[in-house]
Design a protein around this ligand. Structure first.
Ligand code: IMP
Length: 181
């Protein structure tokens, strides 16, 4: 069994939909350090969890990086969402023409070694909150190749575009290769 250590059911449901091997959600809280990159945050989380989980496991760390705000909220996405939320981000972007942004997702999988799989989804920040699906910044993010926000998409459609969908695909390829050898 592969355990996904998270308290975010949305992430679990998205990932489960994109893979054909079994995973189980396990909620153990772990520290999210202040670091420059998602990779560093994820590696620290894995090291903290190694002797607390019995078996192979992974965590996923993600963030929204807005170009006109020099990458903010980035590694602080979770805190910023809890404090100013989507309304706050739209306010910061009120008179900003350049709406370019990207979501990043890092999956860190531990099977004796730490394996990192990263996915990026480029897109833009919408002018208004749209849709009530998904979670977090979904209602204000429009991925490249669509005119809908993630908040207006079903899980399967979001996965086709999303940072998490891309990271998961690399992770699934690794699992397939591991089973082959
Ligand atoms: P964390 O990986 O749980 O630290 O997530 C960081 C924050 O980014 C979360 O609180 C969410 O608000 C936001 N976030 C991460 N992934 C997504 C996504 O797929 N859609 C919308 N918001 C997301």
């Amino acid at each position: 069994m592969i355990y996904f250590i998270t308290s975010n059911r949305h992430k679990y449901e998205e990932i489960k939909k994109a893979i054909d091997f079994e995973i189980e959600m396990l909620t153990i809280s772990y520290p999210e350090i202040q670091a420059e990159s998602l990779e560093e945050v994820a590696k620290y989380g894995i090291e903290y969890l190694i002797d607390k989980v019995n078996g192979d496991f992974f965590i996923e760390d993600s963030g929204l990086f807005i170009k006109a705000l020099n990458g903010f909220p980035g590694v602080y996405s979770s805190y910023v969402f809890k404090t100013i939320g989507n309304e706050g981000i739209l306010k910061l972007m009120e008179k900003v023409e350049d709406r370019e942004a990207e979501f990043q997702s890092v999956i860190a999988f531990y099977d004796g070694d730490i394996n990192i799989f990263k996915g990026i989804c480029k897109g833009k920040i919408s002018k208004e909150i749209k849709g009530n699906r998904g979670f977090g910044y979904d209602p204000i993010f429009i991925p490249e190749g669509s005119d809908k926000t993630f908040g207006e998409m079903e899980r399967e459609e979001k996965n086709k575009f999303s940072h998490r969908g891309k990271a998961v695909k690399k992770f699934a390829d690794y699992i397939k290769m591991r089973e082959f050898y």
